[in-house]
Design a binder for this molecule. Structure first.
Ligand SMILES: C[S@@+](CC[C@H](N)C(=O)[O-])C[C@H]1O[C@@H](n2cnc3c(N)ncnc32)[C@H](O)[C@@H]1O
Length: 328
């Protein structure tokens, strides 16, 4: 099928390795969030939580278990190539073939940042053993550049819960309890990921305007969330049936439509006042200022945004911008 191309996204009905080689330059992607086929009996994947099978889009392309190791290495090497130095990758995986993914990752330069457990509802019901209700999320980085991690994108560092605990700390623990969408009667993909899960990865590990890639689009939930958070996106889905049913709707989304629903963190506006500017901070300032100006913001409006992001006063930012040489 023809690709879906919009001003904020490019989506291809192609195998992701061939597609990435054809359409993605080396070092061009800021963040990859992806959920490869699990190499198990794909046709049974959804049985346990989407019981109405008539609503599940068919055409899911599975990988034979015996080929999973080679398949994983192929796409992970491609992911390593397209990521920028300092770029991040999140891979969602079940347990069965996790070792193949870990083995492939160890054959690249990618470095582990966290191993996250996603605890979900609708686990497979069992009588003689415990109920499996989690997936693994491997969070890795490509060395050689500054990794984006927006520490206070969801909770300010000093925000406390009613019992006095730190909300920021809790949000960054590596076990995430997030329910899957329960969409009775609505069209869905097998194993569609919830917006809350995807949003958390995208908010922490990318900025507005960054390029977010999903190598296995499926129901396009990663792409939808990324566009909703005002990121640029690119993605691949090999199944023509799934692509035809799900990808065209991406052209209907208004970029940034999720931003208004986000929780606003309470951040001490002058938390970094008086601290020395590091070289990494100055580089980030230069990059973010250019992004805001290129996005159409005035100098004054850009500085107001940067005051929040950097926790410094206006004059400190003015002086730092002079040092970076961006006088716009
Ligand atoms: C686990 S699903 C992704 C689900 C997706 N995260 C969502 O929320 O809907 C994996 C998808 O990868 C697709 N796929 C399998 N092999 C592929 C390949 N080589 N290149 C691109 N897509 C592939 C499958 O058809 C399936 O739709």
């Amino acid at each position: 099928m023809e690709p879906v191309i919009t001003p904020y996204g490019r989506f291809y009905n192609q195998d992701c390795v061939t597609g990435a080689r054809a359409h993605l330059a080396s070092g061009s992607v800021d963040l990859i969030v992806t959920d490869p086929p699990y190499g198990i009996d794909g046709d049974r994947l959804h049985r346990h939580y989407n019981r109405d099978e008539t609503c599940v889009v068919g055409g899911y392309v599975e990988v034979p278990a015996g080929a999973y190791g080679e398949f994983s290495l192929d796409w992970i090497l491609e992911a390593e190539r397209v990521l920028r130095p300092g770029g991040s990758i999140y891979i969602v995986s079940g347990y069965t073939n996790l070792y193949h993914i870990l083995h492939a990752l160890r054959q690249t330069s990618l470095r582990e940042v966290n191993h996250i457990i996603w605890k979900y509802n609708f686990g497979v019901y069992t009588r003689k053993k415990y109920i499996s209700s989690h997936y693994h999320i491997l969070f890795y980085e490509k060395p050689g550049g500054r990794r984006t991690f927006n520490l206070e994108c969801r909770y300010g560092a000093n925000e406390a819960s009613d019992d006095g605990g730190s909300l920021n700390y809790r949000d960054r623990e590596d076990v995430w309890a997030i329910n899957r969408h329960y969409k009775p009667g609505m069209v869905k993909n097998k194993n569609e990921l919830p917006t809350a899960l995807l949003g958390r990865m995208i908010q922490y590990s990318s900025d507005e305007g960054d390029l977010v890639c999903d190598l296995f689009l499926g129901g396009c939930s990663t792409a939808r969330t990324a566009i909703g958070l005002n990121r640029r996106t690119v993605g691949f889905e090999v199944s023509e049936t799934i692509f035809a049913k799900r990808a065209p709707a991406l052209a209907e989304i208004t970029p940034g439509d999720l931003l208004a629903s986000l929780r606003q963190p309470v951040i001490d506006p002058l938390r970094n006042q008086g601290k020395r500017w590091s070289r990494a901070d100055l580089e980030r300032l230069e990059r973010r200022y250019a992004e805001l100006r290129d996005g159409g913001k005035t100098r004054k409006a850009s500085i107001a945004v940067l005051q929040q992001e950097f926790g410094r006063g206006r004059w400190s930012l003015e002086r730092a911008l002079k040092r970076t040489g961006d006088g716009r």
